[in-house]
Ligand binder design. Sequence first.
Ligand SMILES: Cc1ncc(COP(=O)(O)O)c(C=O)c1O
Length: 353
Amino acid sequence: MNLKILLRHQNKKGNMQKETHIDWSSLGFEYLPVDSHIRYRWENGKWDKGRLLRKHEISLPIAAACLHYGQECFEGLKAFARKDGSVGIFRPLENASRMNRSARRILCPELPEELFMDAVKRVIEANRHFVPPYGTKGSLYIRPLMIGSGAVIGVGPSDIYDFIVMVMPVGNYYKEGISPVKAIVSDAFDRAAPYGTGSVKVGGNYAASLLQSKIAKKEGFPIVLYPDSKTRSYVDEFGTSNFIAVSKDGAYVTPDSESVLPSITNDSLMALARDLGIPVERRPVALSELPDFVEMGACGTAVVITPISEITYGSRVIKYGSECGPTLRRLYDRLTGIQFGDLPDEHSWLETV
Ligand SMILES: Cc1ncc(COP(=O)(O)O)c(C=O)c1O
């Protein structure tokens, strides 16, 4: 990693002063250990008060449920520094509620909303000097994680859980920023079965996508579009982002499917599209419609929108242009403008720390 980091801890008048020299421009989307993470434990039916911990490792029984049976769920959200130096977290309550949906699906205990917010705010405050300053285009990525930490050997839920929130400064997910990328429709592997776990954020979904992703990258496709696994004729979503497109009539189109993760970015873009008078169509999207769209993108927290320049579907290559289209660009600018505090937050999406 080409990242110059210098952390200086000075003791002035008994106070620990933290100075962070990070080359913000060289940040990608990579793990970077910061000062601390926060950890809560659920045992005997309740959550404890949580502790900020400086070490970056965790000790678990070798029979922990998360290690063997994948009993874990996670989230991803961001905080942004604004011009006035304040920090805003983008729609954290949506992540809290999605985390609880994931938790219910895999029999993890639910997290009270206040606990989720307490965790996110405490860990940001403790690592505030890692929030990329306004103007650098970076943000603080926040990764909440819940794991079954109790020892089990027969398949069953754990009796002990840890809820962890870690943070790290990030730049753009794709180094080339908003420049379009090539995608491919997966024809060898499925992402999510109907009534499976596709609509929740559990680790197993991502483990299952690694092989397809590796093959696609080797062939020159940074992202993979998954069809529905029952009929393989409708669009579900990309491996780590929702599918969005613009129709010839100028409508914002996104699939209505039970097996996709309900993206908070997509929800926000739909609201902004409506604000701008752009019709929004959330409906089943047939793969046969792919050539009819004039713009296509992948949306999610890490990327906001990654435009798709072309998609390979079987023997066909469908092209959408080497520049980001005007509608997706407009939505991207609007959402990032709100996140960095340059545009009014009319939907009250940002929670100030
Ligand atoms: C499978 C999948 N779909 C969609 C998204 C986008 O969701 P969000 O906009 O909430 O980040 C993500 C990322 O979290 C994802 O992993």
